[in-house]
Design a protein around this ligand. Structure first.
Ligand SMILES: [Zn+2]
Ligand SMILES: [Zn+2]
Length: 297
């Protein structure tokens, strides 16, 4: 089995520093932002020098570009029924695809956002339309993946049915360039109990696979501060939340963890690290050791 393990590492000092820190933690996958996640980034282009630094840093690690995931900005709510907001979010998602394609990464993941008071199946169509616009505007090998959400308020993508519905609205010709990924904290807080037994966890993955017609293209490995069904999106270190360690062992040993990025988005210890310090975060190192113990990496 091949397990590509990594984290969303700290990018203080630049994107290339996030890569170097991931490399020094022994990661074979990683995640990053290409722009400030609180903004739309619909006008932000990526400078060639930044791309070059990123690629040079990556070449010093064991991380293949295909196993790098870019997390799109949280504000890109392409589920929204408000036209003006949708236009801007859609433009932001397309621009993200442009930056990420320049970097040559394997995938961009995004949270679909809130349907507000609108009909949820109409919202699924708007999300799919934004995916189509992004894929048609930016032709590249970088895939655009929906992330399941914790289900707070009217957010879309909290069930297998909803993720499936979004993807089903993407024309067949573009389907290979899209897909989805699953976040364990979001699964649990949206009501999927993956803690009861290995069979229970397997059944959840089976459900997503059957309904969407494909296995997930990444996992986010986060323990959950909130209880089952709490819809709370608060990540904690594996073993320090309500999920506990055991389900993560089952998950990384499941066939669906094979060959895809397995990314930690858990708290880090040293957010104020110096810009030029490429030492790995102690919490990331601790989490990597835990995961490697289960995968034999
Ligand atoms: Zn996530
Ligand atoms: Zn989350």
């Amino acid at each position: 089995m091949t397990r590509y393990l990594g984290a969303h590492t700290i990018d203080k000092g630049g994107l290339h520093m996030a890569v170097l820190r991931a490399g020094r933690a022994g990661m074979t996958a990683m995640q990053c932002f290409t722009a400030i996640p609180r903004f739309y980034g619909d006008k932000s282009t990526i400078k060639p020098e930044r791309v070059a630094r990123f690629k040079a840093a990556l070449a010093k690690t064991r991380i293949k570009p295909a196993n790098v995931v870019v997390h799109a900005a949280y504000v890109l709510s392409v589920a929204t029924p408000e036209d003006e907001k949708w236009e801007r979010a859609s433009a932001g998602l397309t621009k993200e695809m442009e930056r990420s394609s320049a970097l040559g990464v394997g995938a961009v993941c995004f949270h679909p956002g809130s349907a507000g008071a609108s009909d949820r199946s109409e919202s699924a169509k708007r999300i799919a339309k934004a995916i189509v616009v992004a894929l048609e505007t930016v032709g590249s090998g970088t895939r655009l993946l929906v992330e399941n959400t914790a289900g707070a308020g009217k957010t879309m993508g909290k069930t297998a049915q909803e993720v499936g519905q979004i993807l089903a609205n993407v024309p067949q010709a573009l389907r290979a360039r899209t897909g989805y990924g699953l976040d364990t904290c979001h699964l649990f807080s949206s009501g999927y109990d993956i803690t009861q037994s290995k069979q229970a966890l397997t059944a959840v993955l089976d459900e997503f696979e059957e309904i969407t017609g494909e296995p997930p293209s990444f996992f986010h490995l986060n323990d959950s501060e909130g209880e089952l069904g709490s819809n709370k999106d608060r990540h904690v270190l594996i073993g320090e939340g309500r999920i506990g360690k055991q389900p993560f062992e089952w998950l990384v040993q499941d066939r669906r963890s094979d060959g895809i990025p397995l990314i930690l988005e858990t708290p880090q210890q040293n957010y104020e690290i110096a810009d030029d310090d490429d030492s790995p975060d102690p919490y990331d190192v601790k989490m990597m050791k835990l995961l490697e113990g289960w995968t034999g990496n």
